[in-house]
Design a protein around this ligand. Structure first.
Ligand code: HEM
Length: 254
């Protein structure tokens, strides 16, 4: 995880369109799996000064992944007029010096290790699923990208980029994949078990706080998947993607 700060001092003729331009550019940041979060702030004393903070999964993900990826062109088209007004553009890493609150707790997505961690998790999970007597028949004939789609769903649920919503269709798309599948309780339980096995296999964080929050979502989500998949079920067709947090036990950062 690395934080980029970009400081702007805008020429008067470019001040007006700046925030609206960044508003549009932000769609590309939200869609990019390398971007964890961003915030644009305006100086209180000098309204021509701005600081943009962007948290990236790593400096390399930013410089190669994002700049070499499909979202950069749309992003850059919006901000190109303001490049000449940049005073500083630097990656910063955290130090142990933080306020009494220790800063905001990381998201479950950050704690897990970002997009890469969820991709590794789902690759391992579907290897186990396809070798499993109860689950393999349900997943026969999977699209080759299925594991990646489920990884982007999980990443979004746990506080990562909204890629599943932007590219795949959010909750309605996810729901539609489960309708009519008539998932049984033994299959649901096996799904959870194999996901936990995969978490061990790819070394997701094993601390009690992370695993409790992680399995909490799996229990909740699989029970909904089971009931929504029954013949005659009438789940809501539209709903937001859930955003799962730490619950009552935030991470121990002693
Ligand atoms: C937390 C629980 C679950 C989550 C987060 C989840 C997530 C997803 C997502 C995101 C998709 C759609 C992927 C895409 O866009 O192509 C999907 C499809 C699917 N899921 Fe789940 N799922 C869950 C539980 C289950 C369970 C318990 C089962 C069965 C035991 C199951 C079986 C399937 C099947 C068969 C598909 C469709 C594959 C296809 O033909 O495209 N899911 N799931």
């Amino acid at each position: 995880m690395v934080t980029e700060y970009i400081r702007y001092r805008l020429s008067p003729e470019r001040l007006d369109g700046f925030e609206a331009g960044y508003e549009r550019a932000a769609a590309a940041l939200r869609a990019a799996p390398q971007c964890v979060d961003y915030e644009l702030m305006r100086s209180v004393a000098d309204s021509d000064r701005y600081i943009l903070r962007i948290t990236w999964t790593s400096a390399d993900d930013h410089l190669r992944g994002f700049r070499g990826g499909p979202h950069f062109a749309a992003f850059f088209a919006e901000i190109r007029p303001y490049v000449q007004d940049i005073e500083e553009m630097t990656h910063y890493a955290p130090t142990p010096v933080t306020g009494p609150g220790g800063g905001a707790p990381p998201t479950l997505y950050e704690w897990a290790g970002g997009t890469d961690a969820f991709l590794r998790l789902c690759d391992a999970f579907y290897r186990l699923v396809l070798a499993d007597d109860l689950l393999a028949p349900l997943f026969a004939g999977l699209e080759p990208d299925h594991a990646r789609h489920v990884a982007t769903w999980l990443a979004e649920v746990f506080g990562g980029p909204e890629t599943y919503s932007a590219r795949r269709g959010g909750y309605p798309a996810m729901l539609s994949r489960h309708l009519g599948k008539a998932i049984t309780e033994p299959q649901r339980r096996r799904w959870v078990n194999l996901m936990m096995d995969a978490a061990d296999e790819v070394d997701l964080p094993a601390d009690p706080e992370f695993r409790a929050a992680f399995v909490g979502y799996l229990e909740w989500g699989t029970r909904l998947a089971l009931s929504n998949s029954q013949p005659g079920a009438t789940p809501p067709r539209r709903a937001p993607v859930p955003h799962w947090g730490w619950g009552v036990a935030p991470p121990y950062q002693g």
